[in-house]
Structure formats: structure tokens, C-alpha cells
Design a protein around this ligand. Structure first.
Ligand code: UD1
Ligand code: UDP
Length: 416
């Protein structure tokens, strides 16, 4: 079978690594790797292909930077051209970016089943473009690979068919384990104690006051802070003229780091301040005290396990929370996520393919209390209409029965 994997941003290169490897390890599977080009700077893209020895993509869509709607439609249009000429059995996306959403919708509209890696994560904050993307991607996907028990239960609560959900584990763990293996013993490159910060969420960077408060907070931590600056954040710091306010402080602003360099800095650090999804997961996996500068998180288990504290974007609160967190006893290491997710995802796909169950099933509406109205294949020019299992409609729902009768009249149908 042929599997397309679509990636476009820094976390997707990292989090699909083990899935790509697992596909490559199987003789019965062929990979089509597509890079949307949402991230394109060397240190936001190529550096990860090199660090993790990921093969060059078969297609590069060159989408680049645009406002959300334009970026998403550009992914859809350009990917549609590729998919029109390539036979694939399933298309995989990971996470919640515009690349991911555009690719999932384009594929499903072209009749290609979609598998979502990291399905079911919810911050329940629809002001974040990522939350909207997550909901859309999950609802069009026929295979939902949940990274955690909470993500799994979110999907069930939202009415997803249990048979479409696979509790696969978190592919971050696979990449992290590989990264630590490649690093070996490694050495501290920065004198301890130090903190690491990453900030890039649109909600934090695109508001001048919020960004300034975060920079003030990072500059007032009880230790030096290494801050690899995401290009979005760099652009906004320049645009708002905030560079000067941090120059004198103990904030070391550096370019984005490659994966291995970043993991090395992360694992030797004493404190992490972030708004990143991936960094929250990695910090918890490394048992590091973490401040997340957000009002919500799609990784609540990292907070429940005692590693992650949500803080408001207020300089004094960030500094105070950091002081309190670094004085607190270390949280007990916890086994939050299973490794081996890449293998499990690919095994589940092979299994569904073998059983002819890759495509999205028609929703069984009897479970939701709505009448089912499945239109089955046309037989000798007549479309046959079948009802749910036991005459649910005709016996109990007169109003809906009326609608069906009208429908039948209009289409000249027979009930089967
Ligand atoms: C995107 C994702 C976000 C994810 C993040 C990972 C969406 C809505 N957002 O946010 O969920 O957490 O990637 O890092 O999909 N830029 C460059 N060079 C690059 C890439 C971007 O200079 O290689 C600059 C451009 O000015 C661009 C800005 O960064 O306008 C934002 O990039 P974009 O890809 O739109 O969103 P991210 O903030 O990176
Ligand atoms: N990361 C990196 N270099 C950096 C900052 C982050 O390699 O300078 C990695 C980090 O280890 C994590 C991923 O990038 O695996 C997270 O990406 P990002 O924060 O951009 O996106 P998010 O996870 O929030 O979607």
C-alpha cells in the first residue's frame, strides 16, 4: 500500500519521524513524503531533516508564509494537484497546523482517507487557530491516533466512532528517545543554572503589550535565560521595537536551534518557560519544571503530573512563578506517554487496510439519536434507501417519517 505523509512545520518534522521510519521499515508499504513549505528557513526546516536523517520530500509545495486562510487554501490547492497524479491509500497528517488542516481537507474531499497523528488533543480555546484546526482534522479523519488517554476520551466525548480511534501513544517520545541516543552523554554547553524559553504563539507574539510583558518576565527570572527566538517572534520584536527593552537583561536571544542542540540545552536546563505544545511534552518527559505562558493547554496531563504550571502573560507573575517553582521540590518523574507510537500507528494502518476499513464509514446515526438515512449503491438506475437496524424511523418518528415519504416521492424510491 502507498501512504502519503504531509509535513510543513518544525514540530511536524520531529513528530512524524518515527512514523516515516516505521513505513520505511515495511516491505509492503511505500511512502510519498510531501513538504508544504509552511516553514522554510534552514533552521526551521532543513536542520531537522539533517538531525534526524529524514529523506528529502518527494514534493515541496513552496507554500510559505501567509495569513491563515490563504495559507490553508494554498496548501489545499497545491496538494490537490499532487494527489490528482499520485495513487495513495491513505494520507497522514500530524498535529494542528494550517498545513495539517489544509492537507486533511484536500485529501478527504478527493476521496482519500486521512489518518490524524495526535488526534483528540483539545485546549478548548477556539481563539487559537490550532484548536479550530484540531476539530476540523479530527472530524474528517477516518483513523484517529490518540497520543494519550485524555485525548482518547476527548474523541469519545465528541462522538467519534470507537473503532476509528487508536490509542497509539505519543510520537514525541520516539523522537526524543532517538535524539537522546544520538546525543549520547553530550556536554553542558551553558553554565548552570539556566532557563530555556520558547515563545511563538500568535496570541502571545502579535499583541505588543503581551509580548513586552513576556520579555520582561524572561528577563527577570531567578537565573539566566537562553531564548532561541522563533522567526514569528523575532519579526514582532522588531516591528514593536521591543529589542532594546531586553538588551541589558540576562536574556540571551539566539536563533532557533536544531533539534539535537535544543534537546541538549533542554535536558541540562533548570527551568523551562514556553508556549509550545511540543516543548511542554518534552519538558514533562525530561521531568523539568515548566511555566507555560498560556490560558489553556492541550497537554493537561503535564500539569496534573506536577511539571507544568500555566502562568498569565504578566512579567512580574512569570518571574514570581519561576522563583516559586525553582524553590519547590522536584516533581517525581512520571511515565506520561508510551513510546513506540510510530510502529503502532503503521501497524494499525496495515491492519485496517487488510480488513478493507481505511475509508471513513458513514456515520451510524442511531447512536446519536438522529434517524439514519443511508443511500446505498444505485441498482439498475434506482437509488435504494436503507434505514437503521430496526425500523427506528417508521415506528417512532412520525415527523421524520413524513420527511422520508416526501423524499421517497421526490426520488421515486423504494424502501429496502
Ligand atoms: C505555526 C503553526 C503553529 C505551530 C508553529 C510551529 C499554524 C496556524 N501555526 O506557527 O501551530 O506551533 O508553526 O513552530 O499553522 N517565518 C519565517 N521563516 C519560516 C517560517 C515562518 O520567517 O521558516 C515567519 C514569517 O514571518 C511568518 C511567521 O514566521 O509570517 C509565522 O509563520 P507561520 O508558519 O504562519 O506560523 P507559526 O507562528 O510558525
Ligand atoms: N525546537 C527545536 N529548536 C528550537 C525550539 C524548539 O528543535 O529552537 C523543537 C522542540 O524540541 C519541539 C518542537 O521544536 O520538539 C516544538 O516546535 P514548536 O514549539 O515550534 O511548535 P509546537 O510544538 O508548539 O506546535
Amino acid at each position: 500500500m502507498r501512504i502519503a505523509v504531509v509535513v510543513g512545520t518544525r514540530p511536524e518534522f520531529i513528530k512524524t519521524w518515527s512514523v516515516i521510519k516505521a513505513i520505511r521499515n515495511r516491505s509492503d508499504m511505500d511512502l510519498l513524503l510531501v513538504h508544504t513549505g509552511q516553514h522554510y528557513d534552514y533552521e526551521m526546516s532543513q536542520a531537522f531533516f539533517e538531525d534526524l536523517s529524514i529523506e528529502a520530500p518527494d514534493y515541496h509545495l513552496g507554500v510559505g508564509s501567509h495569513p491563515t486562510v490563504e495559507q490553508t487554501t494554498s496548501v489545499m490547492n497545491r496538494l490537490a494537484e499532487v494527489l490528482a497524479n499520485e495513487m495513495v491509500d491513505i494520507l497522514l497528517v500530524q498535529g494542528d497546523t494550517n498545513s495539517c488542516m489544509g492537507a486533511a481537507v484536500a485529501a478527504v474531499q478527493m476521496g482519500i482517507p486521512v489518518g490524524h497523528i495526535e488526534a483528540g488533543c483539545r485546549s478548548y480555546d477556539t481563539t487559537m487557530p490550532e484548536e479550530i484546526n484540531r476539530i476540523v482534522i479530527d472530524s474528517v479523519s477516518s483513523l484517529l491516533f490518540a497520543p494519550s488517554a485524555i485525548a482518547h476520551s476527548n474523541l469519545l466525548r465528541q462522538g467519534c466512532e470507537p473503532d476509528t480511534i487508536v490509542l497509539a501513544g505519543n510520537t514525541s517520545v520516539d523522537a526524543l528517545e532517538e535524539g537522546l541516543r544520538l546525543l549520547g552523554d553530550g556536554v553542558d554547553t551553558i553554565e548552570r543554572p539556566y532557563a530555556v524559553a520558547t515563545i511563538h504563539r500568535a496570541g502571545n507574539t502579535d499583541d505588543k503589550n503581551r509580548l513586552e510583558q513576556i520579555l520582561l518576565g524572561l528577563g527577570s527570572l531567578p537565573m539566566r535565560c537562553v531564548f532561541p527566538v522563533h522567526p514569528r517572534t523575532k519579526k514582532k520584536i522588531e516591528e514593536f521595537g521591543l529589542g532594546k527593552s531586553v538588551k541589558e537583561s540576562q536574556l540571551m536571544m539566539v536563533p532557533p536551534m536544531g533539534y539535537l542542540t535544543f534537546l541538549n540545552v533542554l535536558r541540562h536546563s533548570n527551568l523551562i518557560v514556553t508556549d509550545s505544545g511540543g516543548v511542554q511534552e518534552e519538558a514533562a518527559l525530561l521531568s523539568k519544571p515548566t511555566l507555560t505562558v498560556r490560558n489553556s493547554t492541550e497537554w493537561p496531563e503535564t500539569a496534573w503530573a506536577g511539571f507544568n504550571l500555566l502562568v498569565p502573560a504578566v512579567g512580574s507573575k512569570i518571574a514570581e512563578a519561576a522563583r516559586r517553582l525553582t524553590q519547590a521540590p522536584d516533581a517525581e518523574p512520571k511515565h506520561l506517554y508510551e513510546s513506540g507510537a510510530g510502529e503502532r500507528i503503521v501497524d494499525a494502518i496495515a491492519d485496517r487496510h487488510r480488513r478493507g476499513r481505511l475509508a471513513k464509514e458513514l456515520i451510524n446515526m442511531i447512536d446519536t439519536g438522529y434517524p439514519i438515512l443511508k443511500l446505498s449503491d444505485s441498482v439498475e438506475g434506482k437509488v435504494l434507501m436503507s434505514f437503521d437496524k430496526s425500523g427506528f424511523l417508521s415506528s417512532r418518528q412520525n415527523g421524520k417519517r413524513f420527511l422520508l415519504e416526501v423524499y421517497r416521492e421526490l426520488t421515486n424510491q423504494e424502501e429496502t
